[in-house]
Design a protein around this ligand. Sequence first.
Ligand SMILES: NC(=O)c1ccc[n+]([C@@H]2O[C@H](COP(=O)([O-])OP(=O)(O)OC[C@H]3O[C@@H](n4cnc5c(N)ncnc54)[C@H](O)[C@@H]3O)[C@@H](O)[C@H]2O)c1
Length: 316
Amino acid sequence: MKDIKNVLIMGGGMMGSNIAYVVASVKEFQITVYDKFPVDLEAKIRTNTKQLVDKGIETEAALAEKLSRIHFTQDVDDEGIKNADLVIEAVFEDINVKQETFALLEEKCREDCIFCTNSSVMSPSWISEKLKYRTRFVGTHFWNPGHLIPLVEVVKTDATSDEVADTVMEFMRRIGKSPCLCKKDVPGFIANRMQHALWREAISIVENGIASAEDVDTAVKTSFGLRLPYLPPLLNSDMVGTQLTYNIHSTVLEAIEDSHKPSPLLKDMIDKGQMGFRAEPDANGKRVGFGAYTDEEIADINAGLNEYLIKMLYNK
Ligand SMILES: NC(=O)c1ccc[n+]([C@@H]2O[C@H](COP(=O)([O-])OP(=O)(O)OC[C@H]3O[C@@H](n4cnc5c(N)ncnc54)[C@H](O)[C@@H]3O)[C@@H](O)[C@H]2O)c1
């Protein structure tokens, strides 16, 4: 298996800065972050990881040591690009920007350098379609916040070699992630397919007047959502027995939502400006979506997510 030492991150934005920090958890790795625009990477990483330091999960000394191995550049001829063993691309979610980035990398990097894209929704086969060497290209979908969520979906394209997929899976384990191999390049990869099957049903229940939006979310939070990290769907299916799963599906599947288009309710909400946290405030100063929120409530919900994840992951 290929020996990885020099890791290049393309794009020092929200995902790239977090990925650089996570990669730096392995002391043997030297990390270069390239961005087309100036980025104060150290400030960004310090802000992202402040809660970890405050709670004593990351020490100041360990953070400083990691930062000392992360080098930022805007120079396409930087040694960190020339010597990269593995690249993780996290530039804008735009096919032209991504394809231009990999065309540049193909010109500047060694032929045996592994190419990874962090695109959330674009097909890695599409992003890599114009490249000369496609067997070395793979999707690596980190989830946000990248320094906390353990999953990375490693997505094989129609051309990715098994050796490259194995190397990237091993690399992700080394940096402390929980990689899952997506053997086919399909929309939504593994986790978003399941997540959005749930969202589709949640929206459909509201749309069909079966329950309120508030009750839909409460039902998730107080039942299967509570036990999901312990009892995921297929383990749960085994626990109750596949015969019971079969029987339930024989009744329920024909009743639940199977539309292949976004819900008309969503379109209607968008047309009315009900964009959730991104809506303009209404007459009561609330931003409306399925619920209605003051700016204070929005700030609390946003800040609470990392707090919740840290509690779940580190018990702190
Ligand atoms: N934000 C998320 O929740 C999330 C989650 C998973 C995956 N992703 C994916 O990660 C990628 C990056 O997302 P983000 O949220 O970090 O975006 P971002 O806008 O925060 O960062 C993108 C960075 O890329 C830089 N950039 C743009 N063009 C460039 C170029 N040609 N060369 C080098 N750098 C360039 C920008 O200056 C910026 O710093 C996207 O593909 C996105 O789909 C995002």
